[in-house]
Design a protein around this ligand. Structure first.
Ligand code: C5P
Length: 238
């Protein structure tokens, strides 16, 4: 798998892992933390989504594990910082820009299903570890603190109630002209959480040494500030 990502800045000392369920606000927060610290932001969910998009786009049978793993092997995905806050990352598969098409509810569900395949995870984790090697990254996903970067300098597990997450998703989709009923989104979020948290390989659980942060009572900027403070403490600890 070939993955490239562009650095937002040049200061590269620590690695920050931000994990948590869908819709907890991880992307917004992780991107803003990366901006504040001039670190590289890596959206690992976009990599899994790019795989699902490619499988779907090429008509690969989704139950053919070997074929899906071959797609993962050959995947050429590029993550670039977006120009605006509308999309946190611009995503390309080969020459195709898939930034918007990987965010549909159908691709979300397919992504969650394909990400349970061990051969897919091995390839993703390997590529993500290489991206984290130099430090100076804020990597966002489900298994970053537990599997991808177990020795990350700072680990955050960001949660929020399913209701708040469903509302946030509905607003995000509405901004892009996609109207989905709240109940459908809530059901999908709960389904995706259950699948992500109960899969055998790299289930979504907080690392033992993660800061667990429930974002419900806070604004995004307050959450960002808290993580920046923890980063300063981690820097001070050396
Ligand atoms: O973060 P996002 O919602 O874009 O992730 C889409 C899906 O990709 C998740 O529901 C999960 O199944 C999978 N994923 C994963 N491990 C990661 C990141 C995402 O399994 N590190």
């Amino acid at each position: 798998m070939a993955v490239k990502s562009s650095a937002i800045g040049t200061r590269r000392p620590l690695t920050i892992a931000i994990d948590g369920p869908a819709g907890a606000g991880k992307s917004t927060v992780a991107r803003q933390v990366a901006r504040a610290l001039e670190y590289t932001y890596i959206d690992t969910g976009a990599m899994y989504r790019a795989l699902a998009w490619t499988v779907h786009h090429n008509g690969v049978p989704t139950d053919d594990v070997d074929a899906v793993v071959t797609v993962a092997d050959e995947l050429d995905v590029r993550l670039m910082p977006g120009d605006t806050d509308e999309f946190t990352t611009r995503v390309f598969v080969g020459d195709d820009e898939v930034t918007e098409s990987i965010r549909t509810p159908a691709i979300s569900q397919l992504t969650s299903a394909l990400s349970t395949i061990p051969g897919v995870r091995v390839r993703m984790v390997d590529a993500q570890r290489r991206m984290g090697l130099g430090g100076g990254v804020v990597m966002e996903g489900r298994d970053i603190g537990t599997v991808v970067l177990p020795s990350a300098d700072l680990k955050v597990f960001l949660t929020a109630s399913p209701e708040r997450r469903a509302k946030r998703r509905q607003a995000e989709l509405a901004e892009r002209g996609i109207a989905i009923p709240y109940d459908t989104l809530l059901r999908e979020i709960v389904e995706r959480d259950t699948r992500d948290a109960s899969r055998d390989v790299a289930p979504m659980v907080p690392a033992a040494d993660a800061h667990i942060l429930d974002s419900d009572p806070y604004t995004a900027s307050e959450v960002v500030q808290q993580i920046v403070n923890w980063h300063e403490e981690a820097l001070a600890r050396g």
